[in-house]
Ligand binder design. Structure first.
Ligand code: SAM
Ligand code: DTB
Ligand code: SF4
Length: 322
């Protein structure tokens, strides 16, 4: 079966998908997953925070926002040797993509000089490169493309309707513009969102419609489960029904058949059984390593045991950089 991806998904259609009986939804997602991917292979990415804390944005979920007291120290840009060392470690642990995140609203051109050097040292290790630096101008995107950046991560986070409850310092339109600059520069797009912020099922459908009507679809779609960090406005949010999380993964797989759907933040609090359901629903990528940007992720021994329990293997590097 070969599938032609659709880019005309409507809110009603995606909402109907999320409302389907669970077994029907998972069966459809797994069928599409098998047609488009090796169901037993998982792409493995590693994260590194290159500039931590003190961010001027007010994203209500984020421990790095300067608006909230989360006990996180503001740090300077990491030096090149630390990045090289982390990239080496990522290679040894079997990761194929290295994603660097900075707590910026947008990088200055000077910030970008440092990031370009970092991308170069990560590429030297043969890793795919991804960065997430906030908003980008078209010139900045072009610069990142010229230095060989493979992916840019910039999330839409939630539906356009719910977005204003979560962030007031930058608009949905700002985010869509940055994504367009990234696309126009020829960089692959990593774009997803966060579930469990108090949004409705309709909002989860709304996020997926925004992603699945992009043409082409984002190559990577990270689906994060909110990490409820004390001190942030969402620190006390009621936990999302885990099966609702699985449903959203399944609907992401159905609507964006060829994208890598990443089971992203939030795995630390998931059982192996819940993660297994996410893989059955079509997730085929994870963040690996004991820390995400600033919060804990499962330790590597636990992830190795999980892969072994489920008969999963790490996907080999598909685009050697150097
Ligand atoms: N500052 C840049 C930006 O926002 O574009 C890049 C770094 S930011 C930390 C990257 C993404 O991490 C956010 O878009 C959000 O989706 C995710 N994230 C941040 N805090 C989170 C949390 N507490 N739980 C789940 N995901 C989170
Ligand atoms: C994404 O969607 N999730 C990652 C990555 N892109 C940059 C970040 C998760 C951050 C979780 C909170 C933290 O560790 O600070
Ligand atoms: Fe800043 Fe990014 Fe955190 Fe928002 S998500 S506060 S932009 S680091």
């Amino acid at each position: 079966m070969s599938l032609t991806p659709r880019h005309d998904w409507t809110l009603a259609e995606v909402h109907d998908l999320l409302n389907r009986p669970f077994s029907d939804l998972i069966h459809q997602a797994q069928t599409i997953h098998r047609a488009c991917h090796d169901p037993n292979q998982v792409q493995v990415s590693t994260l590194l925070s290159i500039k931590t804390g003190g961010c001027p944005e007010d994203c209500a979920y984020c421990p790095q926002s300067a608006h909230y007291q989360t006990g996180l120290d503001r740090e300077k840009l990491l030096d090149l040797d630390a990045v090289r060392e982390a990239a080496r470690h990522a290679v040894e642990s079997g990761a194929t993509r290295f994603c660097m995140g900075a707590a910026w609203r947008a990088p200055t051109d000077r910030d970008l000089d440092g990031v370009v050097q970092m991308i170069e040292v990560v590429r030297e290790q043969g890793l795919e490169t991804c960065v997430t630096l906030g908003m980008l101008s078209s010139e900045q995107a072009k610069r990142l493309s010229d230095c060989g950046l493979d992916y840019y991560n910039h999330n839409l986070d939630t539906s356009p309707e719910f977005y204003g409850e979560i962030i007031t310092t930058r608009t949905y339109r700002d985010r869509l513009e940055t994504l367009q600059h990234v696309r126009d520069a020829g960089i692959r797009v990593c774009c997803g969102g966060i579930l469990g912020m108090g949004e409705s099922r309709q909002d989860r459908a709304g996020l997926l419609v925004q992603l699945a009507t992009q043409d082409p679809h984002p190559e990577s779609v990270p689906i994060n489960l909110l990490i409820r960090v004390p001190g942030t406005p969402l620190g006390e949010t009621e936990a999302l029904d885990p099966l609702e999380f699985v449903r959203t993964i399944a609907a992401a797989r159905i609507t964006m058949p060829y994208s890598m759907v990443r089971l992203s933040a939030g795995r630390e609090d998931m059982t192996d059984e819940l993660q297994a359901l996410c893989f059955v629903a079509g997730a085929n990528s994870i963040f690996y390593g004991e820390i995400l940007l600033t919060t804990p992720n499962p330790d590597t021994a636990r992830d190795q045991a999980l892969f072994s329990r489920l008969g999963l293997t790490a996907q080999p590097n598909s685009s050697p950089a150097s």
